[in-house]
Design a protein around this ligand. Structure first.
Ligand SMILES: Nc1ncnc2c1ncn2[C@@H]1O[C@H](COP(=O)(O)OP(=O)(O)O)[C@@H](O)[C@H]1O
Ligand SMILES: O=C(O)[C@@H](O)C(=O)COP(=O)(O)O
Length: 428
């Protein structure tokens, strides 16, 4: 098969974050493929897309490891002929105390021989805005949004110029919203001034999608852009203006028929509401008890029996924060997580063998475990179901699977039902 050269090469620091970015690019008209890690040689030969998003799991990795993995992804994308590169991190700028966003951005700059890149996590559709360098989550500053007590990446400083400066060797500056509001030409001028001042990375403000599109336009010739998925909104138009995008429906996926299941290992507030909504409306559901798993009870076998029904079933470990804390104090955080992820992975793999073709999965870590258990290496991205969550299809399988991966925080209360209805309606 003759493949099209990808235009945009993306490196994402986590799994559901990669899907979120891919969704934005598809909505902009770029056919997009997400790979699980750096693709193997076999996969490399037939990936056909305008944008490729390599999903890493580097968000909480030590800087050295994150740099090494990101450079390896960059090399692969360069070898495929990508013209521009995007480093995707979380819209809440999640990074550990030692922080790897600065080191990865600087290493990518060095490899691409470029001395400047913007850094913009804003994603107004999900309530994340940046003003005068300060990140807001809806109406709260980052450090009062709940993110200050995140177990792995507590964010206690809302001024991102300070956060990024603390992680970087080079000078960090600011492109403030009043400049962004003036349009792309003003942003380009501001970037030139910052470069003269020796600034190598600049937090870019954005309080609306319009600001994000302006930033994208101003970065048309930038070898490297860094940010959340929001700022990628402005990039497809640059390729379209240059006549490089094919006139195709980027989101078109063939319909996949067959039994469906919803697997939820997410413990987030949004997912708890989605599980409650499913139960309230009489959806068929089975709760996985982590303590029963720890006692070695045949929980997986019971779930496989229960899911034999023709009706789509929700299998979930999702529980309130108090219940999760209780389980974690008995089993340990990592052990509890691993037991559940492993069980949901085993259920997914066995259901696939039994003929299940459609999987809706909630939770970033859980998504990683399930996709791995299903042996999926790459996904083609289809239509958006809710902001940040598209339908996807596995690539390279004789019998492809329809897969939806939902980041914990995303999706409306009726998301599970909506996702299943959406998969029903996919057209060939
Ligand atoms: N009832 C529970 N008790 C303890 N740990 C749980 C429970 N439910 C889910 N978990 C674990 O919590 C983690 C949730 O992470 P993830 O899948 O990324 O979703 P999210 O970030 O949305 O909570 C997983 O490791 C999962 O196995
Ligand atoms: O940018 C975002 O908010 C998301 O794309 C993202 O990265 C979410 O991460 P998880 O909460 O770990 O799913």
């Amino acid at each position: 098969m003759k493949t099209h050269r990808p235009l945009l090469g993306c490196i994402a620091d986590d799994f559901t974050g990669a899907t979120d970015l891919a969704n934005i690019l598809v909505r902009g008209g770029m056919r997009t493929v997400q790979t699980i890690g750096v693709p193997s040689e076999a996969l490399s030969t037939w990936l056909d897309a305008d944008a490729i998003v390599i999903a890493l799991k580097s968000r909480t990795a030590p800087a050295e490891e994150a740099v090494r993995e990101s450079l390896s992804a960059l090399r692969w994308l360069q070898e495929r002929g990508c013209q521009q590169f995007f480093f995707k991190y979380c819209s809440t700028f999640d990074s550990t105390a030692s922080g790897n966003i600065g080191p990865v951005a600087e290493a990518l700059q060095e490899a691409l021989q470029t001395d400047f890149a913007i850094a913009c996590p804003a994603f107004p559709a999900a309530g994340r805005t940046v003003y005068q360098g300060h990140l807001f989550v809806h109406d709260r500053l980052l450090n009062r949004s709940g993110m200050e007590s995140h177990p792995l990446t507590p964010m206690r400083e809302p001024n991102l110029v300070n956060v990024l400066q603390a992680q970087s060797r080079t000078k960090v500056g600011l492109i403030a919203q009043p400049d962004v509001a003036q349009g792309a030409a003003t942003v380009v001028e501001r970037i030139a001034t910052l470069r003269q001042q020796g600034v190598r990375l600049a937090i870019a403000d954005a309080i609306s999608d319009k600001d994000l599109v302006t930033l994208g336009e101003a970065c048309a010739d930038a070898p490297l852009v860094t940010g959340g998925s929001g700022v990628a909104q402005g990039l497809p138009a640059n390729f379209r203006r240059a006549g490089q995008l094919r006139d195709l429906d980027a989101a078109l996926l063939p319909r996949i028929a067959g039994p469906a299941v919803v697997l939820s290992g997410s413990a987030s507030t949004a997912t708890n509401k989605q599980v409650a909504a499913w139960l309230r409306t009489g959806g068929r559901a089975l709760r996985i008890d982590p303590l029963a798993l720890a006692r070695g009870e045949p929980v997986v076998a019971a779930a496989l029996d229960f899911t034999r029904s023709a009706e789509p079933t929700l299998v979930y470990a999702t529980s309130s924060a108090d219940e999760v804390r209780q389980v974690q104090s008995e089993l340990g955080v990592a052990h509890a997580g691993a037991l559940i992820e492993d069980a949901l992975g085993q259920i997914a793999a066995a259901m696939r063998i039994r003929g299940t073709r459609r999987f809706v999965v909630a939770g970033g870590e859980t998504s990683g475990a399930v996709v791995q258990a299903l042996g999926v290496n790459a996904l083609r991205i289809g239509r958006q179901i809710d902001p940040g969550v598209p339908e996807t299809q596995s690539l390279g399988d004789a019998e492809p699977l329809a897969i939806v991966l939902k980041s914990g925080n995303f999706g409306s209360e009726d998301f599970f039902d909506k996702a299943l209805r959406h998969l029903e309606g996919s057209t060939a």
